[in-house]
Design a protein around this ligand. Structure first.
Ligand code: CAA
Length: 384
């Protein structure tokens, strides 16, 4: 490994691996069938410090670095990708945004309950007509005394049904573009806030994805995150970290697909020998391992940049783009190696293929990552 991990990082990785393979891996296929939200497992993960991983101990978290978080999230995704996306949004987007932009009051009120797993966090930016272009959102938040009144519908909210709180963006000034958007922390149970349609998805079935409906929902002004007009910046900053999270999910699922393929190729016999003896298949495995390692190093470099306090937007987009496309290629090859059996639910690779499909879409499509990356390159004045 190019990155030399510290003893602490290796210890976290091995602790999470042991937990995930024993507790999550054993039941992931069943959850895929039942679509049951992994509430009990998330509670166990909170006990292990995985639900407030980068939250400082002063607010009840572990104070771990981004590399440790990346390693832990990859291990969770290896065993259950549906659980990993809940952990990812909760940590990289919700906890991080409150930590970075929240008032002392918001940090005190919300970070300890998030880290304890008492409330699971969700993030509501997308709307029916505002996906890749969140500036075109139409949800409004109008000031009324010491409250804001939110009206609008959010779409594709991960954990919308099972969350305890949600960070919602809304327009506080319709005359402005992105500078008219603000972000709020809204508790589940606030009058006027209800869960709408739950999507019936191709994969990640145990993680709910829902509409959230706000009808004259009154939120205390104290729950404004950052300042009025800062919501778009908060969302973009959160997505930078979130994109390292999606790279981690991609790498975890890809490793699981590769391991399953190697195991199968060493067992399955055709033409009088193990299929692992055939060069066509060996080269597939070589390509899979090489691509996976390239994605891992890119994602680790983005995590290391974040830990060093450097600007890492471009690197996070590169890691998300490459890792999410890599896992789609890898899971397709894993099915190919498994032949007809790979197309059945008897083998986990069928689930890996479905779960990975959304990775090139959520938290910014591959096309949006290319916009971010090319913008950075073309605007860089140090380049010729
Ligand atoms: N960090 C901080 N600020 C940023 C930023 C970043 N990464 N990216 C942009 N900004 C700031 C800019 O500096 C600019 O601010 P100023 O005017 O003060 O200079 C402002 O934001 C506007 O920037 P742009 O003009 O570049 O914005 P844009 O409208 O052209 O959009 C975009 C840029 C990259 C396309 C952006 O809209 C984007 O990332 N879109 C994809 C959205 C997305 O990922 N959605 C997924 C939602 S979450 C989800 O998937 C569900 C889930 O729960 C998992």
């Amino acid at each position: 490994m190019l990155f030399s991990l510290t003893d602490e990082q290796l210890m976290i990785q091995s602790m999470v691996r042991e937990f995930a393979r024993k507790v999550l891996g054993a039941t992931a296929a069943e959850r895929d069938r039942s679509k049951e939200f992994p509430a009990d497992n998330l509670k166990k993960m909170a006990e292990l410090g995985l639900m407030g991983m980068m939250v400082p101990p002063a607010y009840g978290g572990e104070g771990a670095d981004t590399i440790s978080y990346f390693l832990a999230l990859s291990e969770i995704a290896y065993s259950c990708a549906a659980t990993a996306v809940v952990m990812s949004v909760h940590n990289s987007i919700v906890c991080e945004s409150i930590l970075r932009y929240g008032s002392e009051d918001l940090k005190q009120r919300y970070l300890p309950v998030l880290a304890d797993g008492d409330k699971i966090g969700a993030f509501a930016l997308t709307e029916p007509e505002a996906g890749s272009d969140p500036v075109s959102q139409i949800t409004t938040a109008l000031r009324d005394g010491d409250h804001y009144v939110i009206n609008g519908t959010k779409r594709f909210t991960t954990t919308g049904k099972n969350c305890g709180l949600v960070i919602v963006t809304a327009k506080t000034d319709e005359t402005q573009r992105h500078k008219g958007i603000s972000a709020f922390v809204v508790d589940k149970g606030t009058p006027g806030f209800k869960v709408g349609h739950t999507e019936d998805k191709m994969g990640l079935k145990a993680s709910d994805t829902t509409d959230l409906i706000f009808e004259d929902c009154r939120v205390p002004a104290a729950n404004l995150l950052g300042e009025e007009g800062q919501g778009f910046k908060i969302a973009m900053t959160a997505l930078d970290g979130g994109r390292i999270g999606i790279a981690a999910q991609s790498i975890g699922v890809a490793q699981a697909a590769l391991d399953a393929s190697v195991k199968y190729a060493k067992q399955r016999e055709q033409f009088g020998q193990k299929i692992s003896k055939f060069q066509g298949l060996r080269w597939m495995i070589a390509d899979m391992a090489t691509e996976l390692e390239a994605a891992r190093q890119l994602a680790l470099s983005a995590a290391a940049m974040k830990d060093r306090g450097e600007k890492y937007t471009q690197r996070a987009s590169m890691a998300k783009l490459f890792a999410s496309e890599m896992v789609n290629r890898l899971t397709a090859k894993a099915i190919q190696i498994h032949g007809g059996y790979g197309f059945t639910k008897d083998y986990d690779v069928e689930r890996y293929y479905r779960d990975a499909r959304v990775f090139t879409i959520y938290e910014g499509t591959s096309e949006i990552q290319r916009v971010v990356i090319s913008n950075h390159i073309l605007k860089d004045k140090r380049r010729p």
